[in-house]
Structures are given as structure tokens and as C-alpha cells.
Design a protein around this ligand. Sequence first.
Ligand code: SF4
Length: 441
Amino acid sequence: MKTELLKEREDSVCYNSKNKEKKMKCDGNSVSGSVSQRACVYAGARVVLNPITDAFHLVHGPIGCAAYTWDIRGSLTSDSENYRNSYSTDIREKDVIFGGEKKLAAAIDEIVVAHSPKVIFVYSTCIVGVIGDDIDAVCRMAESKYNIRVIPVKAPGFSGNKAVGYRAACNAILNLMGENNEPKVLGINILGDFNLAGEMWIIKNYFKRMGVKVVARITGDSTTDEIKKAPTASLNIVQCAGSMHYLANQMTEKFGIPYINVSFLGLADIKASLTNVAQLSKDKEIIKRTKELIETEEKQIEETLAYYKKRLIGKKVAIYVGGGFKAISLIKQFRELGMETVMVGTQTGKEEDYDIIKEITNEGTVILDDTNPAELERFILEKNADILVGGVKERPLAYKLGIAFCDHNHERKHALAGFEGAVNFAKEVDLTINSPVWKLI
Ligand code: SF4
């Protein structure tokens, strides 16, 4: 039986008719009762801040919120492992009645005594938003008591959607940067890569070979000191636009740093991004080295990609990912492999993202914003998709429907960015789509 759409969801779902006038309803709060796949405000903030490897994360709320930690939002480090721990004030009924500020102050004391941290991020979650603990005051007092940074991140889950959490995290990063008036250096900040499986290392290595200095990585594999230096860079490159446009805009306003959008997923986007950065440097040597890098890397993977393309051509893809930037890159990357996107959706896409998606997908492609399992199931079956690309919450859905799945989120183990990432991606898609298991179902 076909699942009917909830009336309130009708404007957030469409078949691509190439009608530019008809806009997608997006960038709002989830419809109550629709069982959105989207995570909460706190989760959005945690995604962005968690990869800072030497930071401490203290969740002021019930222990349940603190379950959302490194184990769910994995990212790799080349240095400290602090960020893999999570701390919670474990708010109970008594604290709800009498307030949790004392408990929060005691938890900060405990972390400082045990670990001598440089920075602690203190997240307020739903219940703290309801009882109204003054976490700003507690953090301020701890800062002056210990002379370290203790930064409040106001993220009660009910206060909006995941994108509101991104913004709270960006404000915390700005707070950490402070008023940096040091002179500018010729270098870039990489915004919006979280080093889930080593992507930041791949990207940074490309820039090293090009001769471009990377000042700060925000936030994959970064450190507190590195982020404090970010205001000295002369250009920001923004990969995950959904989470980082706000920060990039604020840094333009506050520190005069311009930004460009980039993507390191799929050959076309990788080449365009590296070339763009090289050209903006106006340095002939950098431009030359970038051209050579692209030629060498492309040549190395040409044959392998052609092999996978032969095995994947004509397959149909359903995509459901966090931001518009990733969805757009994935549509192009699948096209490079001869595959057609028949369904595409995002958790936090903006109107302009959906305009691009309409432009680059075929007529009839299903487009959805902030969807739920019932809609995903309906359209995957209706469009006869061979594979679903998503994250941890989408995996069981694909397997229950008996179709292939590719994790493009925090659970994956292989880097999917850059030229080597393009090969890893094609290999993973091939392994799951052409697995013999599907013939047994
Ligand atoms: S902040 Fe609220 S919505 Fe988010 S995990 Fe905690 S209780 Fe759940």
C-alpha cells in the first residue's frame, strides 16, 4: 500500500518538474509527529565541535543526551584523544526542581583537576533550557577561577533544528577565536571537513604539494591553539556549507577574511576546487604545481574508475544526506560513474541548494527536505532505486528493503574525499550494489 504524505509535508516533497518558480519548503523546524530523520540542536552543535581533538565536552543535561558522542560521530585524530571522552552532569529530578548550576560547577572543577584542559565546551540540552540554569554565569566563573576557556553552547533540542545547533557551534568557535589582531599570513583555513575517515589529511596534503599554507582546520583533526590562529588566514574555503556558511560570513565581517565554496567529492568538483584556490593565490608556481598535481592524480586513477564505471553504469541511486553541498556533489559524482539519481533529499538544505538540485537532476526525480522513514521507503520503492546513500539512521532501512547501502557519514572507515577517495567511493558502491547477497533475498 502506498504511504500517503502528511498534508503538512506536501510542500517539502516534489517530483522535479524543472519549474524554477515552485520553491521547496525547507530550512524550518520538523513537522511534529512526522518522525524526522534529522538530529536535534544539541547533536548539530556536537557534530561541529567534537572533532577538535584536545577539547573537553561537558553535556549539562540528563545522561541520555550524552550518548551522542564520539562513538556516534566518529572522526580521526593525529594527536590528542581527549575528544573521544564525553562528560555529563547527569541531571536528575532533584536537580530539575532545585536547579543544576552547582552540579555543573562541580563537574567543571572535576574535569579541570583531572585533565588540566585548555578549553571545555558546556552544552545545555532540553531540560536545562526548560529549568533555565544560567550556564553563561557558571562558565564565566569557571573561566576566571581557572584561567582557561569554558565556553557555553546553548543547544536545547527543542529550540529549533539541527542547523540551529550548527550556528551555536559556530558561535562557540568564534568565541574561542576571540579578538585576534595578529597580522595576516598568506594561507587558508579549511572549513567544514570533520576528518571522519582521514579526508582532512588527504586535502591538507594536496595543499602542501601545491605550496598553499593551511592555517587552521575547522574542525577536523584541529586543536584549540590552531583554531585561535584562524583569524590570521587570508582565505576561508568552505566545504560543508550547511554548517559553516554562518561562520565564514562572521569571519568576513569580523576579521575581513573572504571565502569560497569548495568540494572534494567527485573528480569535477575536486579539480575545480583546487584550481580555484590556486588561481586566487595569483602565484604562478602554485598554479603550475596544482595543474601537475591534478594531471598526475587523475592519470593514476583513470583505469580503476573506468573499471568500476563498467560495473555500475545504469544503476539508480537514492540519496539522503545532511547538507545540500554533499547532495549536489554526490549527484555529480554518481553521474561520473554512469549512475542516475532518482531520489535526493537533505536534512538541512537551503532554497538555493534545492534550486541547484532541480537543475542538475532529471525531470521526475523525487526531491525531499527533512524526510522520514515512511517517505524514504515509499520513494525508494516507487523509483526502484538500487542503492541508498545516507548515514547511520538510513542503513537499516535500505537493508530491510533489500537494496544496497553506502555510508557517507560518520560510521564509514574509508576516506571518500580527493582522488583516492573517488576510487574508495566507487569501490564501496560496487561492493554493495554487486554483492551476491541481493540474489538470495
Ligand atoms: S537535547 Fe533534547 S532532543 Fe537532544 S538528545 Fe537531549 S533531550 Fe533529546
